[in-house]
Design a protein. Sequence first.
Length: 242
Amino acid sequence: MKNENENQSYLEKRNFVPEQVKQILTIKTKSKMATLVGKKAPSFKAAAVVNGGEIVNDFSLDQYLGKNHVIFFFYPKDFTFVCPSELHAFQAELDAFESRGVKVVACSTDTEESHWGWLQVPKNKGGIEGVKYPIVADTSKTISEAFGVLAGEYEYDMDGALTASGPMIAYRGLYLINKEGIVMHQLVNFFPLGRNVDEALRMVDALQYFEENGEVCPANWHKGDAAMKPSFEGVANYLASH
């Protein structure tokens, strides 16, 4: 395996300009599947389909900073199988999220035109007609890469040809982001494994309860359940009655 200096020397000998060398090495050496919990969510601007059919060109999560919590989730592909079940499941609970001040946003590596086309297909035909929350088009795959859910990576072979080591689509990543733009919860599933929307709501409730009350939420906690004070006395009192 070539180290970074050897890679740079090899690429320069192949007449790549310095900026190309920098971009290639960035692609090849980036860490994958990063844990973002406790960190600022990556910022981006991209095309998206909003309100079930309107294409916008500069959608960004930054519009929610200081105002809303965000559930931002990735799915692998339009016109597939597990994906529409998840998109409809989030739509079915959209009122529940919005009543909590939470914005739901989806994203895949498909184009905005693909998203728009799928939104025209009725649910009983395998489509996502009726989904109203934004669906981001990560056509460049840079958003999926920044969030650590891009399946595969680009590499240059010994002949300078660009290759891909995977399908280059997004795993089923889900991120709960607070009003300050910090990721508070992260979940990543492999392609065949659909997510539980009720669990996403439970995480929202737990985060908002903690933010409002300062108490922490134990295992299997649901809204309305007893929480605990983050102290030795608090955990002792909780475990004594549960």
